[in-house]
Design a protein around this ligand. Structure first.
Ligand code: 26Y
Length: 821
């Protein structure tokens, strides 16, 4: 891409050397690898900022409608390579650095991985930003600049140990601190009613105020000047000092107050399923929505004429789950209390501007905040929530007179026990459109948790199947595959239009093409082996089948079923005759993922995996036939090494529990076969790649309730198949260590409820695993099927997803920023 500063080799070298001297204050003869990374990043940052400024100015001049993606999480991963690839400067910088004695790839590893998210939801937000920028949609991401991202996972003695992720320790060249963009945020206090020209008005006063300050990370699109902002808020003390403490002479107390303000955005909550319900988390949510809505309103008010009715034509807000749902209430408060609109006009504007994406049907993950907490922290917001609920329940009453069942299901306020605000109900009522993240998930929303809402407003509900960006997940993570595509397709246009991969269908019968594809997989496997040796001190055999399950550890995702099967496989090998051994397909089974710190069963699964790995990897009889690895600290950067090396990846949640899954999409894009259940996006992957190119097993969603019923009514000895009982016995007998916890995790399905149907699905899982082995014995057939996965993955580009959001939900058209002259 063109730059005002030039992008020839000499200009790039000069800019790097300039930053060594003037940004880092080093001499040009004395700088380390890390310094080179820093100087390089600053040089790239300069080019990003040019495009960023052009973009902001152009959107302003065009009075563009913008989409604002509000999310408590953005898992963007490393920025340097992504920026170079999107700006098309990777080759130029590689050469420029070579002369200075550095290898670009080595500098990539110097960057910390910003990990401001838990998992799928946060990573989805990051892929969406890449697509929004690439497709030239005027847009902003709004989130929180946590001082500590998701914890670093260490494994000690087989157990997960959490350590803080202070990612800003070495500075962050990718952000721009905006000292001039700050908003006041209030907590606690009281609501005063005042009469103003015969109208009663509410004034929220008192309590504590702090400031939210903006930090912008420019997000470049691929092959376009368009560069959008990820605007993250950090809490700061209000500039006024706490004079009361100060005057009473309590200087330290006054300073302490200031420090408390910074605490609000200090840490990301590491839960991704059970709601923490903590006051600090509510403060984080409110800080994000208040700062963002103030920023959006300020931008809207900069238009030439102030016409509030035009607001929905200029603003579309997307709520990434219910976490930022208070934005609905905050915008109402701003419109009613500050801009002095009447209630009904304000409500009309709000309900035309918001949309809500749901990411789960699991009841324990649905957010509810106790009324007493909201009343204390946000007294005016509670009043407004009651107002919204009143207006809405009036409509319900009109439509279904005296139907108490409907009223209690639809109400925003849950009356049983301590009163609670149901954030999903608030989000649905306040939104124009509500969407699920995969076909099966959206159908479940309509027929289960949001049934009553769907019956009342069928047109509010849409499906938007998730997607992932091919820039990071193919072009950056798998450069060799990208190069093959470039060469065979004659250009890099596929990066922007994944449907071009269809043209490769005919090449599957070309042995040369298949061979090249296989070679790329082998090289990626070698890179992975090297990385595993370094990080886990385990030697993997490159010729073994690389079988991978990486995702947050959860009972519903059934990592337990995977490791129990590994034990079963181990026992088979142990019992096999020399003749049988020859036919056994060598496997390397790799797990990765974090458990929420308070999730006891998830942590025990990690311990079980490590205990099993210890025994199997050190059993000399087994050798290369089976290896088990738990890869610590699964994150975006190591996903970029793991995924391209995978041959089989497991997505084996109980049907109806995984909303979509997104790594399944990354794996197929990299030519990996899926072993999975008909759950989440697997259902659509199955349709896209064809049943002959995927391993599907397990109970289907419509049978899950019956199977659970059966499980509850059957004696464990009859319910669990022999193959699994045998595995239980080995664990009981201490084959993997005499550790009570291993027994407890087994007991959690054996004597409690096997709610996720591990026992029910185990036999079918074994069968599917045998099909995997059978296919792997025919390398050519395996390769062809993996190619079909890669070239039929185009539907799962986040470009397709974002285009659908823009057309069906946001009514948004692209605006391309002109290239510099
Ligand atoms: C309320 C709080 C504790 C909370 C925080 C984070 C609750 C949930 C989450 C994160 C949820 C999440 O990551 N969900 C995943 O979203 C992906 C993107 O849509 C889906 O692919 C995936 O199936 C879903 O589990």
């Amino acid at each position: 891409m063109d730059s005002y500063q030039g992008s020839d080799k000499l200009a790039l070298q000069q800019s790097i050397v300039h930053h060594v001297e003037y940004t880092l204050a080093r001499t040009r003869f004395d700088f380390s690898k890390f310094h080179s990374y820093q100087a390089l990043s600053h040089s790239v940052r300069d080019r990003l900022i040019e495009a960023f400024n052009d973009t902001n100015l152009h959107f302003h001049q065009m009075d563009a409608k913008r989409i604002y993606y509000l999310s408590l999480e953005f898992l963007i991963g490393r920025c340097l390579q992504n920026a170079l690839v999107n700006l098309d400067l990777e080759e130029d910088y590689r050469e420029a650095l070579m002369d200075l004695g550095y290898k670009l790839e080595e500098l990539y590893d110097e960057e910390v991985d910003p990990a401001l998210g838990n998992g799928g939801l946060g990573r989805l937000a990051a892929c969406f930003l890449d697509s929004l920028a690439t497709l030239n949609y005027p847009s902003f991401g709004y989130g929180i600049r946590y001082t500590y991202g998701i914890f670093k996972q260490l494994i000690k003695d087989g157990y997960q140990v959490e350590s803080p992720d202070f990612w800003l320790n070495h500075g962050n060249p990718w952000e721009i601190e905006r000292l001039d963009v700050q908003y006041q945020i209030r907590f606690y206090g009281f609501v005063k009613k005042v009469w103003d020209h015969g109208v009663e008005r509410s004034v929220w006063e008192g309590g504590e105020t702090i400031m939210a300050r903006a930090y912008d990370t420019p997000i470049p699109g691929y092959n376009t000047q368009n560069t959008i902002a990820l605007r993250l808020w950090k809490s700061h003390p209000a500039s006024e000092f706490d004079f009361s403490s100060f005057n009473t002479g309590d200087y330290f107390k006054a300073l302490e107050q200031r420090q408390k303000a910074e605490y609000i955005t200090s840490v990301l909550y590491p839960n991704d399923s059970t709601d923490a319900g903590k006051e600090l988390r509510l403060k984080q949510q409110y800080l994000l929505v208040s700062a963002s809505m103030q920023d959006i309103v300020r931008r809207f008010k900069r238009r030439k004429v102030l016409d509030w009715n035009a607001f929905p034509q200029k603003v579309a807000v997307q709520l990434n789950d219910t976490h930022p749902a208070l934005a609905i209430v905050e915008l109402l408060r701003i419109l009613i209390d500050i801009e002095q609109l009447d209630n009904m006009s304000a409500w009309q504007i709000v309900t035309k501007s918001f949309n809500y994406t749901n990411h789960t049907v699991l009841p324990e993950a649905l957010e509810k905040w106790g009324v007493p907490l909201i009343e204390k922290l946000l007294p005016r917001h509670l009043e407004i929530i009651y107002l919204i609920n009143f207006l809405f329940l009036e409509k319900v009453q009109q439509k279904y007179p005296n139907n108490w069942g409907k009223l209690s299901a639809l109400s925003i306020v849950e009356e049983e026990g301590t009163k609670k605000v149901r954030m999903a109900n608030l989000s649905i009522v306040g939104s124009k459109f509500v969407n699920g993240v995969a076909k099966i998930h959206t159908e479940l929303l309509k027929t289960t948790i949001f049934k009553e809402f769907f019956e009342m407003h069928p047109n509010k509900f849409q499906n938007k199947t998730n997607g992932v960006t091919p820039r990071r997940w193919v072009r950056c993570a798998n450069p060799a595959l990208a190069a093959l595509y470039d060469r065979v397709l004659g250009s890099d246009k596929w990066v922007l239009d994944m449907e071009q991969l269809k043209q490769l269908e005919s090449h599957v019968s070309d042995p040369q093409f298949v061979r090249e594809f296989q070679m790329i997989k082998i090289e990626n496997k070698e890179r992975f082996v090297h990385w595993i040796r370094k990080t886990c001190q385990v030697d993997l055999n490159v010729d073994s089948l690389f079988d991978i399950q990486v995702k947050r550890i959860h009972e519903y995702k059934r990592q337990l079923m995977n490791i129990l099967y590994v034990i079963y496989r181990y026992l088979i090998i142990k019992e096999s005759t020399p003749e049988e051994r020859k036919r056994i397909v060598p496997r390397s089974v790799c797990f990765g993922g974090k458990a929420a710190p308070g999730y006891v069963n998830a942590k025990r699964v990690i311990k079980l995996i490590n205990s099993v790995a210890d025994v199997i990897n050190n059993d000399h009889q087994i050798g290369d036939l089976l290896k088990v690895v738990f890869m610590p600290n699964y994150n975006v950067s190591n996903a970029q090494i793991i995924i391209p090396a995978a041959e089989l990846s497991q997505h084996i949640s109980t049907a109806g529990t995984e909303a979509s899954g997104t790594s399944n999409m990354k794996f197929i894009m990299n030519g990996c076969l899926i072993l999975g259940t008909l759950d989440g996006a697997n259902v659509e992957i199955d349709e896209a790649v064809g049943r002959e190119n995927i391993f599907i097993f397990g109970t289907q969603v419509e049978d899950v309730d019956n199977m659970k019923e059966k499980m509850r009514n059957t004696d464990p000895h009859e319910y669990f198949p022999q193959e699994l009982l045998k595995v239980f016995t080995e664990i009981d007998n201490g084959r993997f260590g005499h550790n009570e916890e291993l027994k407890w995790i087994v007991d959690s399905i054996r004597y409690k409820n096997d709610n996720y149907l591990v026992g029910q699905d185990f036999k079918d899982y074994i069968k599917a695993q045998q099909q995997v082995d059978d296919l792997y014995r025919q390398p050519n057939e395996w390769a062809k099927k993996s190619i079909y996965n890669a070239i039929r993955s185009y539907k799962f580009s986040s470009d397709r997803t974002i285009y659908e959001y823009a057309e069906d939900i946001w009514q948004l058209k692209p605006i391309k920023v002109p290239e510099p002259a």
